[in-house]
Ligand binder design. Sequence first.
Ligand SMILES: O=C(O)CCC(=O)C(=O)O
Ligand SMILES: [Fe+2]
Length: 356
Amino acid sequence: MPPRDPNSEIIIDFVVNKRNGVKGLVDAGIQTVPELYILPVDERLEPNKILTTDSIPVIDVSNWDDPVVTESICEAAGKWGFFQIINHGVPLEVLDAVKEAAHRFFGLPSEERSKYWAGNSPTETVALKTSFVPQAETVLEWKDNLSFRCSPRDLESFPLWPPLCRDEVVKYMESAEPVIRKLLEVLLKGLKVEEIDEAREYTLMASPLVNLNYYPRCPDPDLTAGVGPHSDISTITLLLQDDSGGLYVRATDEDSWIHVPPVNGALVINMGDILQIMSNDRYRSIEHRVVANGSKDRVSVPIFVNPGADAIFGPLPEVLETGEQPLYKEVVFSDYFKYFFSKRHEGKKTMEFARI
Ligand SMILES: O=C(O)CCC(=O)C(=O)O
Ligand SMILES: [Fe+2]
C-alpha cells in the first residue's frame, strides 16, 4: 500500500484509532470529502455505467409451496444472484424497528458508541467498525457498522449488547429465521438436495451475522464508495434497506450496474460465495456496491447466513453426481472468512481462494 498523505494520517487517527468512525467525522461538521475517501476516477460509479432497462425480480413468496414461486427463486439465483421478496412474513413493525434501532445507536455520542469498538467491546459477539478493513485500504469506505454474531451460543452474551438496539436485532433475527430456512430449502432442492440434515444445516446456516450498516450523509457521494464492489461470502444474505436507495448490483453484461430500488417491506436476497461454490456455479454470488447519500443518513441491515466456523464446504455431491468436474476445492469456512477480511473489497476476488 503506498504511504498516505499527512492529512489522511490525521483523519485515520480520528476515524479509526480514536474510534470516531466516519459518523464522527460528519458530526464534527466536515463539509467536503477528505482525500482519504476519494476514489480514483475509474473506480467511481459513473452514470453511463448504470443500466436502467433491467431490474432484479421481485418475488411474492406468500405461498412457498407454489412451484412458480420456487422456480422463480432458483432461476433468479442463477441468472441475477439477487432478487427481492415480498409477503415473506417478517412483520413490517419488526423491520421498521430494527432500522430505527440502527439510527438510535449511531445517534449516540461517539464516546458511547466506541464502547463497542472492535477489540474494545465487552463481548466478542458485538463489534463496531468503520470502512471494511482500514489497515488494508488506500481509500476508505463511507460506512460504519455494528456487527452482531447471532448463533444461539452467541446470544448468551445478549446482556452485554447495547441496550438501545439489542431487542430489535434479536427480534429481527428470530422473525427472519423461518424465511432463511425456506429459502435454503428451496435453493437446495433446486440442487437436488431433498433434505437439510443436521450436518448440512451446520454448513449452511450455523453462524448468522447481523450488521447495522450506517452511511452518514455524505457531502459529495459521487466521489466515494459507501461500500466498494464485492460479493458476500455467506451462503445467502437477507438485506433490509431503507428508502434512500443507493444499492447497485452487477448487471448480466458483467460491466454495468443495476439499481435495486427500495420496496417497502421487501427483503433483498442475494447468493453468497459459499452457495456459488456449493452449487458449482449454478447459483451466482453477484458483485454489488453502495453509493452513499447526499441528503440523508442511510441504514441497511443485512443478515449474513454463514456456515459454522469449522464447517468444510465445497461443491455438493448431488451437483457432481452426473460426473461434472468440481470447480472448487473444499475449504474450511474460518479460512475463507479470514482471507475475505485480509484485503480491501475487491470484487469477486475472494473466490480465487477456493478455485481449483
Ligand atoms: O447497504 C447495503 O445496501 C448493502 C451492504 C452490503 O453489501 C454489505 O454489507 O455486504
Ligand atoms: Fe454485501
